[in-house]
Design a binder for this molecule. Structure first.
Ligand code: ADE
Ligand code: ZN
Length: 336
């Protein structure tokens, strides 16, 4: 990648649409919160914890990710985690972010729903970055658990813009959550789901047809089904792709094998995102640099990715247009 392209992908205005806030918890903050809350960790040091980040697949990551989240107990812990992520986002010229959080990871440990919502939401309000929240249901748990989570979140629904579906994908197809997503749809919430990360293209199709999601999180396996690829392109269903995550979790062996260029060249509304930046080697700009270094991505692709990120956002039309105009103005000033 030449220096100009590196500067462009770093400096261009962008939106992040796939970030699990619990996945932004850096080892140093995990240790600081463990000390603050008197939580014992099964790792002797920050270095020992970081050394455990050698993942072989999604589940091997999730086991450590849920263990890391066990240090979050007080509202201030959720605030500090979110504020730290938003500072990184701001430094990477992220103008808008739609943040996932997993309340069940916390309520199962006895943390009140109010604590989770208030800490994360207050940090969003205090940041100069536009930040909204998407509450995710854990798909390895039952639909009844998801329904009671939605019920418990009722007093705080004004603090979220939508719901998502994450955690262990294979064996937990979207259909398992048809009723809870139907209820969320009635409530007027935006809908997204992880699909086609490790799971087959059929999960992308059922996320669209059964859950009626508006975006697919990951979705990189869509290219295995030509008819589905054509449909996702035609309907402009965005894919929130997470390149460093995909290589760390062995969805692709190496970045040079990633299909981001093929997704874009197939006319899909692909975006670049960080997923769990503390675990996968970096935040937004690290993902842009890693992909642009390894793949034949161009200045035109950079502009498309920046535009896609705002187009695929759940921002009101007027704000979306304002950010898109900012992207266009940025690229108009880049020498061809
Ligand atoms: N939770 C956090 N990161 C995830 C991912 N990449 N896939 C599924 N669930 C997750
Ligand atoms: Zn994810």
């Amino acid at each position: 990648m030449n220096n100009q392209l590196r500067t462009v992908v770093q400096a261009m205005p962008k939106a992040e649409l796939h970030i699990h806030i619990e996945g932004s918890l850096e080892p140093e903050l995990i240790f600081a919160l463990a000390a603050r809350n008197g939580v014992a960790l099964p790792y002797a040091s920050v270095e020992a914890l970081r050394a455990a980040y050698a993942f072989t697949d999604l589940q091997s990551f999730l086991d450590i990710y849920y263990a890391g989240a066990s240090v979050l107990l007080q509202e201030q812990d959720f605030y500090d985690m979110t504020a730290a992520y938003l500072k990184k986002a701001e430094a990477d010229n992220v103008r808008h972010t739609e943040i996932f959080f997993d309340p069940q990871t916390h309520t199962a440990r006895g943390v009140a729903m109010e604590t989770v919502f208030n800490g994360i939401h207050r940090a969003c309000q205090d940041s100069p970055v536009s930040a909204t929240l998407i509450m995710c249901f854990l798909r390895h748990l039952s639909e009844e658990d998801a329904l009671s989570t939605l019920e418990a979140a009722t007093p705080y629904l004004d603090k979220i813009i939508g719901v998502g579906l994450d955690s262990s994908e294979v064996g937990h197809p979207p259909e398992k959550f048809a009723r809870v997503f139907a209820r969320c749809r009635e409530l007027g919430l935006h809908l997204v789901a992880h699909a086609g990360e490790e799971g087959p293209p059929a999960y992308i199709e059922s996320a669209l047809d059964v859950l009626h999601v508006e975006r697919i999180d990951h979705g990189v396996r869509v290219l295995e089904d030509a008819a589905l690829t054509a449909r996702v392109a035609r309907e402009r269903i965005a894919l929130t792709v997470c390149p460093l995550s995909n290589t760390k979790l062995r969805v692709f062996d190496q970045m040079k094998d990633h299909n981001l260029v093929q997704l874009l060249d197939a006319g899909l509304v692909a975006t670049v995102n960080s997923d769990d930046p503390a675990y996968f080697g970096g935040y937004m700009n690290d993902n842009f640099i890693a992909t642009f270094e390894a793949l034949p991505l161009t200045l035109a692709h950079a502009r498309t990715l920046a535009r896609n990120s705002f187009e695929a956002s759940f921002l009101p039309a007027e704000q979306k247009q304002r950010f898109l105009a900012e992207v266009d103005a940025y690229f108009a000033a880049v020498p061809a």
